[in-house]
Each structure stands twice: as C-alpha cells, then as structure tokens.
Design a binder for this molecule. Structure first.
Ligand code: MN
Ligand code: MN
Length: 315
C-alpha cells in the first residue's frame, strides 16, 4: 500500500551501510547522486536571487529550508533531480541508455506536472509528442543547462565503458531536448569528471585532463577569468560558476555553500556541483544536516538508483 510504504520510508532512521558493505566505487556513486539532490534542494531556495539579495536575507544561505520562488517544502527537489531519476529509471528498464526510452521517460515526467520545467525541455518534449522522433533538431540557441543537469545516470551506467560509447550515450539522452555542441561538450566533460572521481582520481589531474581540454576546444568556457555571480541557465555560465566553486574549495560543504550563494540558477549549479563534489569526496564528507534535510524518499531513490546503475555498468 502506497501510504504505509511512504510512512515507513519517511520515518526510517538514516542508516548508511558500513563502508565494508559498500565498495568505494558504490560509495562515491551514491554520494554523487545524493549530492545532486542536496545541491538542488539547497540551491532552489535562492534560485533567481542575486548574491546581494541572498546576503540581505540569509547572510549566508547554508541550510535546506525550502521556500524560494517555487515555494518548496523543506528538502523538496526540482527538475534537476527528478529528470535525472526519470532518465536513470529508463536506463535500468531498458538495460542501456536509449534515446527513445529517455524521450518517453521525460515525456511521462512532464505529464506528471513537475514543480519546474525549462523552456527548452518543454518545447522539445512537445515536439517529441507530435513527431515521435527522440532527437530534437540541432539548434545553436538550445545551449541551456537542461541536459547537463541530468547527466549523472549516464556517467554511472557507462562507468568503465569505452569513451566513444559513453559519448554516444551522452548525446542520446542530451539530444532529446538539447541538440547543441556547447551543451554536448558540457555534458561529456561532466560525465568524464564524475567517472574520474569514481575511479579515485584527484582534482588536479581531473582539471588538467577534462576541464582544460574543454576550454581549449571551446574557449568560451574559460572559467577562471572573472568571478561568476548570478550564473544564468546558459550552460557556459553554469559550468563557469560550478568550476570556480569546485576547484577553489576543499570540502563538499564549502563547495556547495560557495556556489549556491552566487544565486542565479542556483538549484542547477548546486545540483551539478553537488554531483561532482559527492563523487570527489564520498558519502562520509556530506554534512549530516543535509543528508537529513533532503527529502527522504528522494534520497532513498537516489541511493538505490546509483547502486543499480553501477551494478549495470559492471555487468
Ligand atoms: Mn530546477
Ligand atoms: Mn534551475
């Protein structure tokens, strides 16, 4: 029965399996997924605010309190997390990343009236409904962060796979709504970064091998030029803010607080930074108040899906 299940899940204490039971790889995968949800829930409170407005209202925004322009419950997540979960479920159902399965999953997600939805996502899913074609037409304007915010299930499902296969999987999911070269470059960079951290790589080598080559291919992504406040939904703005916070801090907590207090598209910068920081630092480094603060059903779904996708990758 739905309600009894929900009640049990909501009242169950947080009980993480001892490290011995979960492999270091699975621990980092779970931390990346829970980190995504935490960053989304934390950032949504200050989405579309300026850093000055955030300072005036919160001094420093550092707790999961809900509210914001979406009037969220404390701990509630938004499209960044729920689209990732929808994509991950389609991958598990299908046994692989599949464009048609992803498009159908996103369409079902939209029909369920999500709390927020990006304009590009909506427009291209409506087109999918009429054409049945899961790949949106290429557009130089569709460079929003809507595909990049939901890449995590692809990173997990393709962990250990050849790069070419991972890139094809990334584009299959991304092009359902965002068929754009800058979005593709961002998605693929984020996926390879997550996979590097899952493998235990350090931040300096990941920066050298993933982020610097991105900037060489697309100089517009140069992220160390000026402090990126109020990052917009443009994927370049988003990644610049995330990279600045991520590489300038040395804990999960500092990274997320730094990035969401920049305001702008803060739920999405928070989600992406939380994903990267979770993969980098692991579950034990995520503050307890945030693990308890994020919606419990969502956290459990993220944990289970992360473990299942890593199991799929190893199969
Ligand atoms: Mn959102
Ligand atoms: Mn957002």
């Amino acid at each position: 029965m739905f309600w009894s299940g929900e009640l049990i899940a909501r009242t169950a204490p947080i009980r993480h399996r001892p490290a011995a039971e979960r492999s270091p790889l699975a621990d980092r995968a779970v931390a990346a997924y829970v980190g995504l949800a935490i960053g989304d829930a934390l950032g949504a409170t200050v989405e579309f605010m300026t850093p000055r407005e955030i300072r005036a209202q919160y001094r420093i925004h550092a707790d999961i309190t809900g509210g914001g322009w979406l009037r969220l419950r404390a701990g509630q997540v938004t499209d960044d997390t729920t689209m990732a979960l929808a994509l991950g479920e389609s991958i598990l159902r299908h046994g692989a990343v599949d464009a048609q399965a992803a498009a159908e999953a996103f369409d079902a997600w939209m029909r369920a009236k999500p709390v927020d939805i990006g304009n590009t996502v909506r427009r291209n899913l409506i087109t999918f409904r009429s054409t049945g074609q899961p790949e949106a037409p290429a557009s130089e304007h569709d460079a929003g962060n809507g595909a990049a915010m939901r890449v995590l299930p692809v990173a997990l499902a393709c962990h250990g796979q050849p790069a070419a296969k991972t890139i094809a999987a990334s584009r299959a999911q991304a092009h359902v709504t965002h068929h754009n070269a800058m979005s593709d470059a961002a998605c693929e960079t984020l996926i390879f970064m997550v996979q590097d951290f899952l493998a235990g790589r350090d931040a300096l080598s990941v920066e050298r091998e993933r982020v610097i080559p991105l900037v060489e291919r697309f100089p517009v992504f140069a992220w160390d030029q000026k402090h990126r406040d109020n990052p917009s939904g443009f994927v370049v703005d988003t990644l610049q803010a995330v990279f600045q916070s991520f590489f300038a801090t040395e804990t999960f907590e500092d990274c997320l607080i730094d990035v969401v207090n920049r305001g702008g598209d803060a739920d999405t910068t928070g989600a992406i930074a939380g994903m990267l920081a979770g993969a980098r630092y692991g579950l034990a480094e995520i503050p307890r108040r945030w693990l308890r603060g994020v919606d419990e059903l969502t956290r459990v779904r993220c944990e289970k899906q992360a473990a299942a996708l890593i199991a799929l990758a190893g199969a």
